[in-house]
Design a protein around this ligand. Structure first.
Ligand code: HAM
Length: 447
């Protein structure tokens, strides 16, 4: 039986932590740690659909695959993501190895990709260096729907060339991937964060503007105002709306070059028909961002988890990590968030995998010996996904098993039928069945 979407997404919606206190052996069962979850059955198939589709899309746009390490030296993230960010201050899984080196499970992929670019001198090859990656990331966040401690990202980075056309390509790739999945309720927000030198005056003016209303700020926002006033702009606190009205706009602090770059990006998006909204308040939560930034959001999800992904330029990062003065741009998408949006829009209800493990199951009625093993092997070698049952279970139990595997057909091999050289093929959806010569089974099923 195919697994229904409610069963499939339960883990995304609210991770289920089962603790069986004592087993029959007297041993206490060990539950998974908070914030991680198992991806099994139809949910694993949906992960595959997303990952395969992302690999196919990025290959079509000329991005090579990279696999970067799951842990890196802690300094890499402190230097790139930024000391003042929530990620570095509160969310990293940092540990010391046996040689007393500080290592951290990657909270995101950009730092590792840029480290790889610098370490292996990819600047000496044709630029831009365009790469795609996917895999787990780790942040010790407050766990809630769409927010986990081990979560999965799909990302790309294009390093080494500063051209608004490349920004357009990167933004369009993410858009094409998400809409290609069948998602319709999508929004693309774009902004520009300028260069750090352009931001200096802006941050000073913003701080001054905010200080005028500091008494109205929540403690958390007051702290942000101290540490990094830009982060106030993307605060979700509704009480901030009046304070932010009339706040200076970063866009007005940019020089002609930055203004022209952003205008070209918007013109490019217009030209290729990718719809967007400009959003002055879109400042992203990592310190390395400069120039064009963007976010893909879903209108079908609550504000707390509606960001399906985001990215932007990081023009000082390569240099900051010891490489040449080259910029980069990229994005990362959150797999769990995309799956939530797919569920909300019922994308897999009409066009996705059905939770089918195999196409055919061979069932055994009586003592049929090795004939079953030969038949199963022949079917598998012919490219037909096939399984059988083990452990001498009743025919009824075997049919239940076939149902659970989502099989389309059951082949019943009976003791007496075998003597006549025939088996019965049953269509598990319609119940229609027919007798087929054992030697013709593969041919009949393949036709
Ligand atoms: P980010 O905005 O931190 O960017 O993460 C990208 C996406 O990952 C988010 O929009 C969200 O969908 C997902 N995500 C983040 N944290 C969690 C979590 N705890 N649980 C579930 N999903 C989560 C970056 O990571 C940048 N490296 C993107 C980038 C690449 N910028 C340039 N290149």
């Amino acid at each position: 039986m195919a697994m229904g979407p409610s069963r499939i997404y339960r883990l995304c919606r609210k991770p289920v932590y089962r603790l069986r206190p004592v087993s029959t052996s007297g041993m206490t069962a060990i539950a998974a740690p908070k914030g991680v979850y198992d991806v099994v059955g139809a949910q694993a198939q949906r992960f595959d659909v997303l990952e395969n589709s992302f690999r196919e899309t990025t290959a079509r746009y000329g991005y090579e695959r990279v696999r970067i390490p799951v842990f890196e030296r802690t300094d890499l993230f402190v230097r790139s993501v930024g000391e003042a960010t929530d990620i570095v201050r509160k969310e990293m899984y940092t540990f010391t190895d046996r040689a007393d080196r500080s290592l951290t499970l990657r909270p995101e992929g950009t730092a590792g990709v840029v480290r790889c670019f610098v370490e292996h001198h990819y600047d000496q090859e044709g630029l831009p260096w365009k790469v795609a990656y996917d895999g787990p990331m780790f942040r010790a966040e407050n766990v809630q729907r769409g927010r986990h401690r081990q979560f999965y990202q799909l990302g790309i980075e294009a390093i080494g060339v500063d051209d608004p056309a490349l920004d357009v390509e990167v933004i369009a790739l993410g858009w094409d991937f998400l809409s290609g999945l069948g998602l319709c309720d999508l929004n693309l927000l774009v902004n520009t964060m300028g260069r750090p030198d352009e931001r200096e005056d802006y941050v000073a003016d913003l701080r001054e503007h905010m200080l005028g209303s500091a008494g109205d700020l929540a403690a958390e926002d007051q702290e942000r105002l101290e540490r990094n006033p830009l982060r106030i702009l993307d605060s979700k606190d509704p009480a901030l709306a009046p304070v932010l009205t009339g706040a200076p706009r970063l866009r007005d602090y940019l020089d002609d070059r930055s203004t022209a770059h952003f205008a070209s990006v918007l013109a490019g998006l217009d030209e290729i028909g990718v719809p967007y909204t400009t959003c002055d308040r879109l400042v992203r939560g990592l310190d390395y961002y400069t120039s064009t930034t963007f976010e893909y959001t879903s209108g079908s999800l609550d504000a707390a988890q509606n960001a399906l992904g985001g990215g932007g330029h990081y023009d000082g990062l390569v240099e900051m990590l010891g490489g040449p003065a080259l910029g980069g741009i990229g994005f990362a998408l959150g797999v769990e968030r995309i799956l939530l949006a797919c569920e909300a829009e019922d994308v897999f209800g009409t066009a996705g995998p059905r939770g089918q493990v195999v196409d055919v199951v061979v069932l055994q009625a009586g003592d049929v010996g090795v004939a079953v093993q030969r038949l199963v092997r022949d079917l598998r070698k012919a490219g037909i996904a096939t399984d059988t049952s083990y452990g001498g279970r009743s025919l009824k139990a075997q049919f239940r098993h076939a149902d659970r595997l989502g099989a389309r057909l059951a082949i019943v091999v009976g003791e007496r039928d075998l003597e006549r050289g025939v088996v019965t093929i049953r269509d598990l959806t319609s119940g229609a069945q027919s007798e087929v010569n054992l030697d013709n089974v593969t041919e009949v099923i393949s036709s």
